[in-house]
Design a protein. Structure first.
Length: 93
């Protein structure tokens, strides 16, 4: 499980770096007095990327909690449950 989280963590960091770049771009757009609609569109995209990062991080938190709570569960079943929770969070995030 730890290796899987390392891969996800790296992907989340990459996403956050992209959002950081998006925010700089938005600042520049505002400084250049570009249209409010274009700025809002970019803000929406950045917000969605942050929301997705948040939900994936919350899924990780739940995974950590589930793995602590019941060590007698079948690992395959536990992974299936975690995968389902993760997909729900990502889908509605």
């Amino acid at each position: 499980m730890e290796q899987e989280w390392d891969k996800k963590r790296k992907a989340l960091i990459t996403r956050l770096k992209r959002v950081e770049g998006q925010l700089r771009g938005i600042q520049k757009m505002m400084e250049e007095e570009q249209s409010c609609e274009r700025v809002a569109q970019q803000l929406s995209a950045a917000r969605k990327a942050l929301d997705k990062t948040f939900f994936e991080t919350m899924a990780c938190a739940m995974q950590q909690e589930l793995s602590k709570s019941d060590n007698t569960k079948d690992d395959a079943l536990l992974n299936e449950q975690i995968g389902h929770i993760t997909s729900l969070l990502s889908k509605y995030g």
